[in-house]
Write a protein that binds this ligand. Structure first.
Ligand code: HEM
Length: 453
């Protein structure tokens, strides 16, 4: 299928929704199921109404590939989606909300700090943090609220590795601020009046305190770390001091606390869903345990050890296929363009249903089945063009994805190596939430039956 056709534009079908609400309830309940159903009924382009907004959806493998194309880059921009958050922080811009040259410049500045290199040689440190958190929050005999426990684990890991600061006492503030910002200002699933809530205001003030303290400490020791050994926040402060146009004072708090926001919901939701899926599939658990026990019985781990955890990595990939945290990407059309014969007008809000193929038989046979062997060669179903997009597509593709892959594989292998866990009941079915990002509900719990190692 070509993206731009010469044929006359087709009439874009509209999904039939409820009066007033449109498709908001269905999208709120299960966005992936809704988008797949609409794609099957209407094809790769359709309109949907969400309360008082009408949006165009382009979905499927061609839509995912379109995001990577030059035309996709030119026709779609992120600015409007993130502007509310930028304003709330009193900042001038943010990486996720920039486009074109300004985005490229910021992304280049942050690339090394967010890359796989940021975790290179630091596996033992990651394991040490993981062990410390497991000993504190996952005691034998206790029942653990998984999403919340993962949020603490992730914040401490990202804090120490990317920012040199583990703000444990700030986790509830970062969680609350992220929740409100995403729900109210980014996805706009909740009304603005919520921003007047004193709990939100307190959380925001405390995150600002954290960001300002980080900025002051980093400025005080600027220039002391050689460039090749700097961590993300040191690169940011160096840019602020030497290229203030790139990172002005107003952007410091949002930029320095960015790693917590980027990783908190994404990694916590994914690892919580992973735990559920693995505990539901004892044969997968057995494979993960066997490789984890082999890796961790040989003393301190090395960078290559993550390659010795294929079942863990495939189980994480399968989790991200079935429980994607970003079901669709949201953009604004910068100009009129044609996709699959349909005209999309400048200024329209466009949802790109990049994960619709995750649930399609054509790409992933028996799509509802949790099957980690689909990633093994020769099947390698995820490598089909446009089929698999858990980390997004196009210029804003997750900058932390290689970091996250290593972080999640090592910490989940370690967790299953050390702990014997069980679901609250063997027939428990995962309760999920969709706001601010889809994932397991906060009510999801597991029991620590005992310690293995
Ligand atoms: C399961 C783990 C993760 C998933 C599924 C995930 C997913 C995503 C997705 C879908 C986007 C693109 C959003 C869009 O285009 O609108 C994104 C962007 C981003 N992610 Fe992740 N992410 C994960 C973990 C992380 C971690 C751990 C970090 C950093 C520590 C991180 C840093 C970023 C950054 C900086 C961007 C913005 C890139 C840009 O705008 O150029 N992510 N992520």
């Amino acid at each position: 299928m070509t993206v731009t056709d010469e044929a006359p534009a087709r009439t874009t079908p509209a999904v039939k929704g409820l009066p007033v609400l449109g498709s908001a309830l269905e999208m709120g309940r299960d966005p992936a199921a809704f988008l797949v159903k609409a794609y099957r009924e209407h094809g790769p382009v359709f309109r949907m109404k969400l309360l008082n907004k009408t949006c165009t959806v382009i979905a499927g493998a061609d839509a995912a590939n379109f995001m990577n194309s030059r035309e996709g880059r030119e026709c779609l921009r992120s600015k409007e989606f993130w502007q509310g958050m930028v304003d709330e922080y009193g900042a001038t811009r943010t990486l996720t909300g920039e486009d074109g040259e300004s985005h490229r410049e910021l992304r280049e500045l942050m690339r090394r700090g967010y890359s796989r290199d940021a975790i290179k040689g630091r596996g033992p440190e990651l394991i040490e943090i993981t062990d410390r958190v497991l000993e504190r929050d996952w005691k034998a005999g206790s029942t653990v609220p998984v999403v919340q426990a993962m949020q603490y684990l992730v914040t401490e890991q990202l804090g120490e590795l990317l920012t040199g600061n583990a703000p444990r006492e700030h986790v509830p503030d970062i969680r609350l601020l992220t929740l409100y910002v995403l729900n109210v200002l980014v996805t706009r699933q909740r009304p603005r009046v919520l921003l007047a809530n004193p709990r939100y205001k307190r959380a925001k003030a405390r995150v600002f305190e954290l960001g300002e303290r980080m900025a002051a400490e980093l400025k005080a020791r600027a220039g002391q770390t050689p460039p090749e050994r700097r961590i993300l926040v040191e690169d940011l402060i160096d840019a602020h001091l030497n290229r203030p146009g790139l990172v002005p004072q107003e952007d410091l708090v949002m930029t320095l606390t960015g790693p917590y926001v980027a990783g908190l919901d994404t990694v916590a939701n994914t690892t919580a869903a992973f735990l559920y899926a693995v505990l539901k599939h004892p044969e997968v658990l057995a494979r993960i345990r066997a490789e984890a026990d082999a890796v961790f019985s040989g003393g301190p781990i090395s960078d290559d050890d993550v390659r010795r955890l294929p079942a863990t990595r495939y189980a994480l990939m399968e989790t991200m296929r079935l429980y994607p945290v970003a079901v669709a990407l949201i953009r604004t059309a910068t100009r009129d363009f044609t996709f699959a014969g349909h005209t999309i007008k400048q200024g329209e809000m466009v949802y790109i249903g990049t994960t619709v193929p995750h649930f399609m038989q054509e790409y992933f046979p028996e799509p509802a089945k949790f099957d980690i062997t689909r990633y093994e060669k020769p099947r390698a179903e995820h490598l089909q063009p446009g089929a698999y997009s858990p980390y997004g597509r196009g210029p804003h593709t997750c900058l932390g994805k290689s970091f996250a892959d290593v972080q999640m594989a090592l910490s989940m292998a370690r967790l299953l190596h050390r702990l014997d866990l069980e679901l609250e009941s063997p027939d428990y079915t995962l309760a999920t939430k969709t706001a601010p990002t889809p994932g397991p509900a906060m009510s999801f719990k597991v029991r620590v039956k005992g310690l293995r190692n």
